[in-house]
Design a binder for this molecule. Structure first.
Ligand SMILES: COc1ccc(/C=N/Nc2[nH]nc(C)c2C(=O)Nc2cccc(NC(C)=O)c2)cc1
Length: 277
């Protein structure tokens, strides 16, 4: 069927959900279907100013082509003179970051469930030749059932082009990315190790006062486990098998899903509906 041409008149705009880097996100309802969506409004002059036209186009091509329960859907888009509007899936509970900040750290069951969901979503993305490269708590949303959704493919690439983008915190970057070397899918495996650590301890493993110190700690893989909170040996085993400098020696996504800690703790329904606070 002919692709539907959307416009602002098709939607009733609700409350602002938050500010992204290049615009705001609003709750919205599509008038005919009454379907609730998130409408991400991006200012064209911002895109032109930062020369991000190609990157936004890539984000949209990638996100429209991906269909997975743990990947936030991009239903469509439209534009007017000043703005581009992305019609995105609405995830009721918002950024995983907020849950992490509220509780300080997650339970092993929550952490294992989210890592299993991420491994499944990344396996799917890698199958479609997409390396996300920017998996961090702010880019992870939770739906009403506590199911994890990877959002914001702004920095992802189709694996052909090896373009690097350095922005924001280094905490989540693998050594080969920090060294600006050619990198492959395995950068996302490294990041799963970073996230698993942060889910369980509340802080990323190589956090330091300055970017230079974080850089040094990443390059040295200066990994240590605090004595509190109490974390199981299996969890530490998984983290240690992911935070490996040689990218070819990192645990594969398949092996992550079969790891004893994941098998024992991840919710098979891949959601954390009950928030055991
Ligand atoms: C401030 O408290 C909030 C609680 C929940 C939300 C839910 N956001 N849900 C979304 N579904 N699809 C998209 C895209 C979004 C979204 O971008 N949310 C968003 C954007 C910017 C900041 C935040 N902040 C937080 C805390 O979630 C969420 C947004 C804000």
């Amino acid at each position: 069927p002919q692709k539907k041409q959307w416009s602002l008149q098709d939607f009733e705009i609700g409350k602002p959900l938050g500010k992204g880097k290049f615009g705001r996100v609003y709750l919205a309802r599509e008038l005919k279907s009454k379907y609730i969506v998130a409408l991400k409004v991006i200012f064209k002059e911002q895109i032109e100013k930062y020369r991000l036209h190609h990157q936004l186009r890539r984000e949209m091509e990638i996100q429209t082509s991906l269909r997975h329960p743990n990947v936030l859907m991009l239903y469509g888009w439209f534009h007017d003179d000043e703005r581009i509007y992305l019609i995105l899936e609405y995830a009721h509970r918002g950024e995983l970051y907020r849950e992490l900040r509220k509780t300080g750290h997650l339970t092993e069951k929550q952490a294992a469930t989210y890592i299993a969901s991420l491994a499944q979503a990344l396996a799917y993305c890698h199958e479609k030749d997409v390396i996300h490269r920017d998996i961090k708590p702010e880019n992870l949303l939770l739906d009403h059932e506590g199911r994890l959704k990877i959002a914001d493919f702004g920095w992802s690439v189709q694996s052909t082009s090896k373009r690097h983008t350095m922005c924001g915190t280094l905490d989540y970057l693998a050594p080969e990315m920090v060294e600006n070397k050619a990198h492959d899918y395995a950068v996302d495996n490294w990041t799963l190790g970073i996230l698993c650590y942060e889910f369980l301890y509340g802080v990323p493993p190589f956090e330091a006062e300055s970017q230079t110190d974080t850089f040094r700690r990443i390059m040295k893989v200066d990994l240590s486990f605090p004595s509190t909170p109490q974390v199981s040996a299996e969890a530490k085993d998984l983290i240690s098998r992911l935070l490996v400098k040689d990218s070819s020696k990192r645990l594969s996504l398949q092996k992550i899903m079969e790891h004893p800690w994941i098998m024992k703790n991840a919710d098979p329904m891949d959601k954390c509906s009950k928030l055991d606070v």
